[in-house]
Each structure stands twice: as C-alpha cells, then as structure tokens.
Design a binder for this molecule. Structure first.
Ligand code: ZN
Length: 431
C-alpha cells in the first residue's frame, strides 16, 4: 500500500518573508542586524570588546558586512585558550551567567551557553526545507548528553515547527527500530551512518522498511554524506533525506532545500569564505575557510573560524530562497596544501577519483624539485590490467579540471597505499 501523505513536504518556507527577500534587501537586513549585534556585544561581551579594542576598532567602525574583515578571526583553538583563561566561556557570553539555562560541554573542552529562550531560526529553517512538517513524530538520535546539538538546537527547532520529538539519543538500535514501528515515526534526525545501521537492523528483524515503517523524512548532519549513501537510504525507506551543516558553537550555517544544489545560509548568520592564510574574504566560487558571525546575544561569536573549507554561490536557486549557498563542505583547513600557489585539498582528490570508476585507492604526493612544486596522484586500480596511457591522460585531465593545477598520475601496484593514509602527503622540505 502506498504511503498516505496529505501534506506537501516539497514546497513552502519556514520564514517566507526572510527566505525569499530580494538580494539588496537581504544585504540591508544583514547590515542592520550586524550593527545591532556589534553594538550589543561590545557592551556586554568582554571577549568581543577585547577583540575590537585589540585592533583599535569601535562599534561605529562596523557598518556593513564589508567592514567585517577588519575584525580578527577567532579560531576554535583560540576559543579553547580563552575559555581556559576566563572560564567558562572566555568572556564571549553576552548575558550574566545566572541568566543561562544550561552549560554544555563539547570536546576541546569547549563550553557553550544554553539560551534561556532558544531563538535561533537556522535549524528550524533547515528542518522545514528538508520536508519536516507540523504533526510529524520524530526520533532525535543525536546525543542529548553534554553537547548542545540534540537538545538545544534540534529538539527546540522541531518543537518550533510543530513536530513531536521522541528523544531517543544515540545507540540502542534495536529498541529504536521498535520505536519507529510502534509510534509510526515519520521523521529521523541523526547521522547518515546511524540511519543505515537502523535500516540494516530493521531488515535483520524481518521488517519491510517501506511497508512496516512510516519514515518519510530524514535530517542528517555531523558527517559527510556521499551521494550514493543518500540515494541508498532514500530508496530503502522511501523517504526524503536532506543534510545541513553547522557547528555546536555557532549553530546552523547551511541547509539543503528539495533541489539539493548546495546549502542555503540561514538568515540569522553572516557566512564569509576567507583565504585561510590572510583571513581576507574571497569572492563567490573561490574555495576558502568558512567564517561565521551570529546575531545571538547570549553567545555573540563574531567572525568565528570553523576550520572547514567550502565555497559560496550566489546564483539564484529555483526553490525561491534567495540566500547564498555553501556549495559543499570540502574538508578541513588543516588538511589543505598549497601547490604552485593554489590551494589543494583532499575533497578535490576525492572528486577526481569519483570521475574514474577504475580507481581503487589514491594519494596525492607533493614534492619539490629545483624549487618547483610537483604534484603526483598515486593510484591503485581495481584491476591492474586497466593500467594504460589513455587512462593516465584522462585522470590527469580531471586533475587539471578539478584542482586547476597540473599533476602527474602514477599507477602503483595494489597494496602500495596503506589504509587510512593521509590523502595529501606533503613531502616538501624548506631548508
Ligand atoms: Zn533552494
């Protein structure tokens, strides 16, 4: 029997007036919000005041998004240090400690303040764009312990949309499958790998994923989502699966709509892509570090460096949302290498490998010869007999297309590249 679903999960907006606002008006709106949070944070957050003072800035010097580049970037490692010196939040909190509802503890260790009233809209926009609707019964399988994501961010956002949450947390796969069945759960929040675990467990228990279960939407985060895994899960359960991106410190920074063409930046953040070396903003289409500024008065992080790499696009999305989009997350800044002046990162190597199904394993090796960078892609093929000059040339062309830098392909015998090896091996020395 086909699933009965009277509601249209593929259309509509959570905050239509903001999500479809024309570009120029969005810029005006964000500039106004930026001036507001800078004024507020300078007055109420010691750390933000120190940060501006350290470069001789006053709140009036920050009028528009373009002025943001004058403010130094705070990296995660800086946050850990600042919190050690001035616990629990390094002075970033924008309200007195006794007005908070909770204190979260994330790996680092890093503490995050829990809002008395959760006001962020990003995750709710993400869930709605991913097809979650009022009345959905949702299992939230992210961890409720210590960290803020499940309880503070996802739980509150589901409630705001009008969904009913079952706070199942991590693990207990078999029990969670029973919950799915008994409560006719229609929505899943969690990692893609846990959803796959649940699919396998349910099949093992003899259930038909489409007939016996009622899952229709899945919201995933916190892991890379290969397109092949998305398709597999969507097909197995007969559901819509959309991903989003953010951090525990600053919340949602991007979410997919039904069209899956990148991740829309929510309207309560400013997201910049910057050159990881200089901190200068880069134009759309250029790869760099994601740096975010939030309008959250409880925890006003201004120019927070996520350490993640991406690129922005401002081409209009046919879904009607007018925000810029993060095209995709390409990896971590600390895995980036510069070859002949251009950034090369593992995500690009992966993209090259995906274009050639003959490739089993690969590794980029960067060396220096006569003061020139040389890049080699070492490749193990699925079948060594495929080794040919033509394939070599085709892969080299893909390297040029994807990485914008020349590289040589070297076929190596199976077993040469160890498992779990660094995707980019930078062997250059600079003495
Ligand atoms: Zn869209």
């Amino acid at each position: 029997m086909p699933k009965q679903d009277p509601m249209d999960r593929t259309k509509g907006f959570f905050k239509k007036n903001l999500e479809t606002i024309p570009h120029k008006k969005r810029v005006d709106y964000l500039n106004r919000k930026l001036r507001g949070i800078i004024q507020y944070a300078y007055k109420h957050s010691v750390a933000v005041k120190n940060k501006l003072d350290s470069v001789g800035l006053k709140p009036r010097d920050i009028q528009t998004i373009k002025d943001l580049e004058k403010i130094p970037i705070t990296k995660k490692a800086d946050l850990v240090e600042l919190q050690k010196e001035n616990p629990p939040f390094g002075g970033f909190e924008g309200v007195p400690l006794n007005e908070l509802r909770r204190i979260y503890v994330s790996p680092g260790p890093i503490h995050e303040p829990g809002d008395p009233e959760y006001e962020e809209v990003g995750w709710a926009q993400a869930l709605y764009a991913g097809g979650f609707r009022p009345g959905d019964i949702v299992i939230n399988t992210f961890s409720y312990h210590m960290v803020p994501f499940a309880m503070e961010m996802v739980d509150n956002s589901l409630y705001r949309i009008g969904c009913v949450t079952v706070p199942t947390g991590v693990g207990n796969t078999e029990q969670q499958v029973h919950v799915l069945k008994n409560l006719k759960v229609s929505g899943f929040c969690g990692t893609p790998s846990f959803l796959l675990n649940m699919a396998e467990k349910a099949e093992e228990m003899g259930l038909d994923l489409k007939k016996d279960l009622s899952l229709q939407v899945a919201f995933v985060a916190a892991e890379m989502l290969p397109e092949s895994l998305r398709l597999k899960l969507e097909e197995k359960f007969g559901l819509i699966l959309r991903q989003s991106y953010g951090t525990a410190d600053i919340g949602c920074l991007g979410y997919e709509c039904m069209l899956k063409n990148g991740m829309h930046v929510p309207d309560d953040k400013i997201v910049e892509i910057v050159d990881p070396e200089t901190g200068k903003p880069l134009p759309p289409g250029k790869t760099g570090e994601i740096v975010a500024t939030t309008f959250n008065k409880v925890y006003p992080l201004i120019r927070f460096g996520t350490g993640d790499l991406s690129l922005l696009t401002e081409t209009p999305c046919p879904c009607g949302r007018t925000s810029p989009r993060l095209v995709k997350i390409l990896g971590r800044v600390d895995q980036v290498t510069k070859v002949r002046g251009l950034f090369v990162h593992p995500g690009q190597a992966n993209e090259v490998a995906l274009k050639h199904s003959e490739i089993e394993k690969y590794q980029i090796v960067v060396t220096r010869k006569e003061h020139k960078d040389e890049m080699t892609l070492r490749v193990e093929l699925k079948e060594e007999t495929l080794h040919s000059e033509q394939l070599k040339q085709e892969i080299e062309r893909s390297i040029r297309d994807v990485m914008k830098v020349r590289g040589e392909v070297q076929f190596v015998p199976k077993g040469t590249i160890p498992d779990g090896v660094k995707k980019i091996d930078d062997q250059r020395t600079w003495e």
